[in-house]
Write a protein that binds this ligand. Structure first.
Ligand code: ACO
Length: 330
């Protein structure tokens, strides 16, 4: 029988530098009041110049390995979900593998924007089904401050840097803590133009000795993204619950992508889940894209919001568009 998978260890890391709304007031035409009421964000963390996605991933990975009672040498595969890799080549996965000091094991990145972590989990689950002895590191990490246009006030206030990691391995029975009950992934490429980072890609290649334009940074039709995010996450959550003969009443904690408090509140209403069963940390970290769900998952567990027996529903939405949900049993 195909082996089921479980999260064996969790960890997260954010850089030390905290940037408040008041700090942003000094460099762009904005106010703490606007950012707070429109997004719920108060602070975000930025990596120092020269710190890459793999550096944040390394810190989160070491914590996840410690939590799992493992050392780097126990890993068999590395997956780094990110849209802000250290470089196009080599991948952040290969750089992380080198920093962990474990040559030889397959290592790669996944590009699914803010849904990257859940896409990575599904890859990990498939690897465990193929190789029951596998211990797959999924280390979602972003340095979005490197792709933030600080002349565009409608996007630059939204994002932060950080990393969240899990180790996924086979579990023996339905009582194993952190068991992945199911994962649902979707995408709608027709809507891709609403949220982009095009500059430097093959259709918008960099040209020697020219200055770069706003297309090198996150560009977004905020209102459209907002509507699609709420609708799509509600749908993919309802679908995974129905598929597993569960209702939202069976869920102890919903951990949604942390993009905007109003998106999270609208999702809660659509799912008929009260705020006390929805985990929120967007106020402190902003939107950390692929890292947002694993950071929230690890923090929720550390805060005692997830206890033995908890059923947890994860959901994410991001550029592509991509959307996903996951059911976990602790
Ligand atoms: N400070 C002050 N005013 C601002 C700012 C700012 N930082 N940004 C925009 N404004 C102004 C606009 O210029 C506009 O002014 P105008 O009416 O004079 O033209 C006004 O505020 C309203 O702008 P909107 O863009 O319509 O504001 P909206 O209420 O839609 O909020 C926001 C903008 C916060 C971006 C919202 O659309 C949103 O959250 N969208 C979802 C974005 C998101 O979370 N994306 C991530 C999901 S996917 C992923 O994670 C990659």
């Amino acid at each position: 029988m195909t082996k089921q998978s479980a999260l064996k260890g969790l960890g997260f890391h954010v850089p030390d530098k905290i940037v408040s709304n008041q700090d942003l007031e000094k460099i762009i035409d904005t106010t703490d009041e606007w950012i707070t009421t429109r997004t719920g964000i108060k602070t975000r963390h930025y990596a120092e110049p020269g710190i890459g996605t793999s550096d944040l991933a390394l810190e989160a990975s070491l914590k996840a390995l410690k939590d799992a009672g493992m050392s780097p040498g126990d890993l068999t595969h590395i997956i780094v979900p990110t849209f802000t890799p250290d470089s196009y080549v080599p991948s952040a996965g290969c750089i992380l593998q080198h920093k962990l000091g474990i040559p030889g094991i397959p290592s790669y990145d996944i590009a699914a924007a803010c849904s990257g972590f859940l896409y990575g989990l599904e890859n990990a689950r498939a690897l465990v089904a193929l190789h029951p002895e596998a211990n797959v590191l999924v280390a979602a990490s972003e340095v979005i401050s490197s792709r933030t246009n600080f002349k565009d006030r409608s996007t630059c206030v939204l994002f932060g840097d950080g990393a969240g990691a899990v180790v996924v391995g086979a579990c023996d029975n339905a009582a194993s803590p952190g068991r992945i009950i199911d994962i649902l992934l979707t995408a709608d490429g027709a809507l891709g133009e609403l949220l982009t980072v095009k500059g430097g890609g093959s259709c918008t290649p960099p040209l020697l000795d020219t200055t770069i334009g706003p297309e090198y940074f996150v560009q977004m039709e905020g209102r459209d993204v907002f509507k699609h995010a709420v609708r799509s996450m509600a749908t993919v959550c309802k679908d995974i619950l129905a598929k597993n003969s569960l209702s939202t009443d069976d869920i102890d904690l919903v951990i949604p992508h942390q993009a905007n408090i109003r998106i999270i509140q609208s999702l809660g209403k659509k799912l008929n889940v009260s705020p006390d069963r929805i985990f929120v940390n967007v106020d402190r970290y902003g939107n950390t894209s692929a890292a947002s769900v694993p950071i929230a998952l690890a923090e929720a567990r550390d805060q005692g919001r997830i206890t033995p027996g908890s059923k947890v529903l994860l959901t994410s939405f991001g550029g592509g568009f991509t959307c996903a949900s996951t059911l976990l049993q602790f």
